[in-house]
Every structure is written in C-alpha cells, then in structure tokens.
Design a protein around this ligand. Structure first.
Ligand code: GLC
Ligand code: MG
Length: 425
C-alpha cells in the first residue's frame, strides 16, 4: 500500500483481453516490450492498474497463460471489485457504494424470463455483476426491455455490451469508469493525484474509461466496433483520445509516445544493448538490460563474441556472489562462465525472460538495493525467483553502467522441482 502514498508520474489504467494482452500474438512480443519499458522507466515512480471484465478466477487464469506484470491496483469484474497490491486487499468502501439500489436476486428473476440471454459460467457471476451471452443482432432490443423491467422493479442498473457477445448487468454506480473516478477521487483527497493518467481499452466495457475528465486515452487499433461507435457519438472531438495504429500493448506504447507521457522506447527495441547509454546511474534499467541480454544470448539473438562476454564480466564484481535459489553460493564470475556454454540453447524455441516489480532504494552514495521478480518461461513451463541485488557505481562511469556486487534469489513458486528450466541467475 505504501506505493500508493506518493504522486505517480504516470498512471496507466489498462484493460487486459485484446488490450494489454494480444491473444493472437503467441510470442507475446508486444506485451514483453511493454513490460520492459514499464520496469525500466516507470515502475519506481508510476502506477500500473489493470481493469478487466474478468472475475478474480479468470484473471488468475490469464496470469498463468501470459507474462503479465503485477499491477499496483487490480480492478476486476467490470469495475465491481477493486483490490490493492500483491495480496489483493479489497476496497471495502467501494463495496458499500455498490450496494446502493442493487439486488442481484431481482436481476436473476427478471433475466430468467428472457430466453435470448444465456448465463455465463458460474465464476463470472459476482456479487455486483450478473453476466450473459447474447447474439449481436438481438442485443440492442433486449437491453432496452431489460432496463425498463429492472427500473420497474426499483433497481438502478447499468447494462453493458462488450466484445459483440457479452452482456453485463451491474449497479448503476459500478463499471470501469466509475471505479477509476472513485480511485482518482481518493488520490485527490490524499493529495496524490497522478501527474497524468492514460486509459487503454478495446471494447464496450472500456468506453466509460474514456469519459473520465482529464485522462488521456488510447483505443488500440484492434478495438471493437461498439467502442469505435461510442467514440464517434460521444468523444470524437476530444484530442486526448486516440485510435492507435498498433495492436494491443504496442498501441499503449504508441500512445505514451504520442502524448509525450514519458519515455516510449522499450529496451526490447534496442538492438545493441551495450550501446544504449544511460544518462544517469539507473538500477532498474541495468536490471532490465542484463536479463534482456541473457534472453538474447540463450536465443542466439546476439553475436557470440568475446567482446560481449567481456562486457558481461565487467559488470560483475570479481568477488561478487550469487546465492542461487537452491541455496548454493557461487561467484558471479563462475555464473557468467556457465552462461558461455548456454549460448543458443534456446534458439528457435519459445523462451522468454522478464522482470517484474523492479524497485530500488539507494543504500549509500554509490550503492543501490534492488528488488525484483525474475521470470523465465520455456515452452509451457515457468519459473520465478524473488531477487535481491546490490549494485554499485563505485569506480565506474555512467557509460559503463553499474556493477553487480551481490545477488540473492528465492523460488517464487514450487519451481525447484521442475526439470525443463535450468536456472542460471
Ligand atoms: C470478461 C468477463 C465476462 C464479461 C466480459 C465483458 O470476459 O469474464 O464475464 O461479460 O468480460 O465485460
Ligand atoms: Mg478487452
């Protein structure tokens, strides 16, 4: 919760399916590009908010399928559930607001009478959300009938149509937009209003996000018809909203650049990492860069050259130690040597490395303590480690980057037993 105490430079509020996550991109290229950009440039001073239609159950499923970062705030079930931090602590104040003029039994009774509505799975029925499927051509008429009937029964509801198939019934005060308005109001009251906010979406349930005053918005290139139509009818003259030419997470990166919200070049778009100079010592950038090099090395996407190897050794202190997640101590230089043998062992294979929640604090005038989660996925198998590293700027120039003094890792899942991934560091 501490992370919410400062003023965020940027708050990104993004939908997941077909916005942050491209289900057609089996290599997750755009998502991984976004991840690297966020962790290297924003994580330490900005806020990441995921706002999804999914219930907590399906949200967790998606996390297993895709290399998603951990957001600071998670808004699920179409803005009806707000939770904070890694342990997903629910916002009880929000629940109280949603209870007004809401009775899900009445919603169930009335919707049972409409044969065109097919109930979604049990997991997607939530305390403040009742969800169905409905054919595109019938949606408009049924929504009208429903809203009249529920009003007659004394309810004040919101009916949302998304993705050309999903129909959600929520309390009037719920929805992705209202949830964001609630958060912004809370930030404002605490004097922590983010410097800028960027909302990102692709479908009907995201429309509300774009009507919140003062926010920038990006409809990704692959946005659904229903959102584009809403935009033409309601927000076409708002210069703060764009329809990206890039799909999903690539569209989000595009919008960061278009609106000048901060750096928009992902380290993944830098071909020669040894050439990318920092302007100041930046531990987060160092960590992202290091693991990106590691991924490229194993995929043989960088040259197998002595120069690269020497550079890698140069950033590790000769007396530096790595405490491997298995508990074994190794010298950092030995680790780098064993990396030499792994050149290209993942060439042409599905193999991704990403870091999450890269947070750092300065220990002294020339040293930093960095905490992050390092993930490695090989085919279907994923392993993760909580990592603590000490980086130093002693006796080096900004151009050379920081030196790794000490690394300590602990398994994040029961990964120790798996055999597809041999963990180097
Ligand atoms: C997600 C939810 C579903 C909802 C849809 C649109 O797919 O799982 O219940 O209807 O989003 O909001
Ligand atoms: Mg979506």
């Amino acid at each position: 919760m501490n992370r919410l105490a400062g003023v965020a430079r940027l708050m990104i509020v993004s939908d997941l399916d077909h916005t942050m996550v491209d289900h057609h991109d089996l290599d997750n290229l755009a998502l991984l590009r976004f991840n690297a950009l966020w962790e290297s440039n924003y994580r330490n001073n900005s806020l990441l908010v995921f706002s999804t239609g999914r219930s907590p159950t399906l949200y967790k499923e998606l996390r297993k399928e895709k290399p998603l970062l951990v957001p600071d705030i998670t808004i699920m079930s179409v803005g009806t559930e707000i939770t904070y931090g890694n342990s997903m602590i629910p916002d009880d104040g929000w629940i109280e607001i949603l209870n007004q003029k809401w009775n899900r039994n009445v919603v169930s009774e009335e919707t049972k009478k409409i044969s065109e509505l097919t109930l979604q799975s049990e997991t997607e029925q939530r305390p403040h959300k009742v969800s169905f499927y409905i054919q595109k051509d019938k949606a408009e008429d049924i929504m009208k009938v429903l809203s009249t009937r529920l009003e007659e029964r004394g309810l004040d509801v919101k009916i949302i149509y998304s993705g050309g198939m999903d129909l959600d019934i929520l309390p009037q005060g719920a929805g992705k937009g209202q949830a964001l308005a609630y958060l912004l109001k809370k930030f404002k009251a605490e004097g922590n209003l983010p410097h800028s906010t960027l909302v990102c979406g692709d479908s009907g349930n995201d429309a509300e996000l774009f009507s919140i005053p003062d926010v920038h918005g990006v409809m990704v290139s692959n946005a659904q018809e229903e959102l584009l139509q809403w935009h033409v009818a309601n927000a076409k003259d708002n210069p703060k909203i764009i329809h990206a030419t890039e799909r999903c997470a690539a569209g989000i990166i595009q919008a960061i650049g278009y609106f000048n919200l901060g750096p928009s070049k992902s380290p993944r778009d830098v071909t020669d990492l040894s050439d990318s100079k920092m302007e100041k010592f930046d531990p987060a950038y160092e960590v992202v860069k290091f693991y990106l090099f590691y991924e490229r090395w194993r995929r043989a996407e960088v040259e197998n050259s002595e120069l690269y190897f020497a550079n890698l050794k140069a950033v590790c202190c000769p007396s530096g130690i790595l405490v491997h997640p298995s508990g074994i101590e190794q010298s950092l230089h030995d680790c780098i040597n064993s990396l030499r043998q792994c050149y290209g062992d993942k060439q042409g294979k599905q193999f991704w490395v990403w870091v999450d929640q890269v947070l750092f604090s300065q220990l002294g005038s020339d040293s930093w303590l960095v905490n992050f989660k390092k993930w490695e996925q090989s085919g279907e198998e994923r392993k993760g480690c909580l990592t603590t590293a000490v980086l130093s700027s002693k006796d080096v120039t900004v151009a050379k980057g920081l030196t790794w003094l000490h690394v300590h890792q602990t398994w994040l899942n029961e990964a120790g037993s798996s055999n597809g991934i041999s963990w180097l560091f």
